[in-house]
Design a protein around this ligand. Structure first.
Ligand code: SF4
Length: 314
């Protein structure tokens, strides 16, 4: 793996692009969450594919697809970041999150599961907490069945986070935003009910909510138990794709004080809701999904900045 560019600030977030095979690029991110020091929380966000075949309307990673990463290519991103800070691989961090949530839909790559099985032996990291973020495409049943086993065997008791991106409660608009066949809410709900055991973290339903997209608590309540599912809302990043598809963000990342009617209604319905806008300075780092490599490929030069909000996709 050869690092070809990186940008950011050590005390917030650093995004890197690496050439991992001849002429093929990936990106990964590490971040902390001020005011928490790295010893309290350190988040790595890694890619699982070269680009992504799903092509969500708000995501630049879907602009190209060049195949899956192997297990060792996925792990090499984690190794690089861990060894740069903890050369003996002893990660003395209370909450060490490894998110499979950068370029690529993880459930379309079984090597993600192989990597998940390897992590606990690879590092001495009592705070290790992996997180898989997916749009739950059709055909991913075997992946999710095995994921459930791995979670139960290796990461029980709240040491794993599952995030499923739904974006809107309107089925037709969801089909437009995530233009592949995917699990219905009924199927996501049934899987989540089976996945969630006592002591586990709630399953996160993600939404990068665009202006005008319905997000109806009544629809959610029909399928999702607030005891087992929580809602995370993020801004729609100003990616090339989002702009060209006319998607504006419902969440205003520069207006932290703003109260959102949708969020109020979800809370009144009993859901725990996280509005995740990231650090203001992080916004200036350019650590947004897919945007990094896309720009690198377009301009053929390492990028040094940007204006983005959230460092995870899906
Ligand atoms: S949001 Fe995730 S699934 Fe959708 S195109 Fe981007 S990487 Fe792929």
């Amino acid at each position: 793996m050869r690092i070809v560019g990186s940008a950011g600030k050590d005390d917030i977030a650093v995004a890197s692009i690496a050439e991992i095979r001849d002429g093929r690029y990936i990106e990964f991110v590490e971040s902390v969450q001020p005011p928490l020091p790295r010893t309290k929380k350190w988040v790595l966000i890694v890619s699982t594919m070269f680009g992504c075949p799903v092509g969500c309307l708000m995501c630049d990673a879907g602009g190209h697809y060049g195949g899956r990463l192997t297990k060792s290519e996925i792990i090499s991103q984690i190794d690089h970041l861990v060894e740069s800070r903890y050369p003996d691989r002893s990660v003395d961090v209370e909450k060490f999150k490894v998110q499979f949530a950068r370029m690529g839909e993880p459930s379309l790559n079984p090597a993600v599961l192989d990597a998940l099985e390897d992590l606990p032996d690879r590092y001495h990291a009592p705070g290790l907490m992996p997180s898989v973020s997916s749009v739950a495409p059709s055909g991913s049943e075997r992946f999710f069945d095995r994921l459930m086993d791995i979670k139960t065997n290796l990461y029980s008791g709240g040491r794993f986070q599952l995030q499923l991106s739904i974006h809107t409660t309107d089925t037709q608009l969801r089909d437009k935003l995530i233009p592949v066949r995917k699990w219905s809410f009924k199927k996501i709900s049934a899987y989540g009910q089976a996945f969630h055991e006592a002591g586990d973290r709630k399953i996160t339903l993600n939404s990068a909510l665009a202006d005008g997209m319905p997000f109806d608590p009544d629809v959610l309540l029909r399928y999702f138990d607030p005891e087992k599912f929580l809602i995370k809302m993020t801004p729609v990043n100003p990616t090339y794709q989002a702009r060209s598809n006319g998607l504006a963000s419902y969440i205003e990342p520069l207006n932290e004080e703003k109260r959102y009617e949708v969020v109020t209604r979800l809370r009144e319905a009993g859901f725990e809701v996280i509005v995740s806008i990231g650090e203001l300075e992080e916004n200036l780092i350019g650590s947004n999904c897919g945007q990094y490599v896309t720009r690198h490929l377009n301009e053929n030069s390492p990028v040094s900045g940007g204006y983005t909000y959230e460092i995870q996709r899906h």
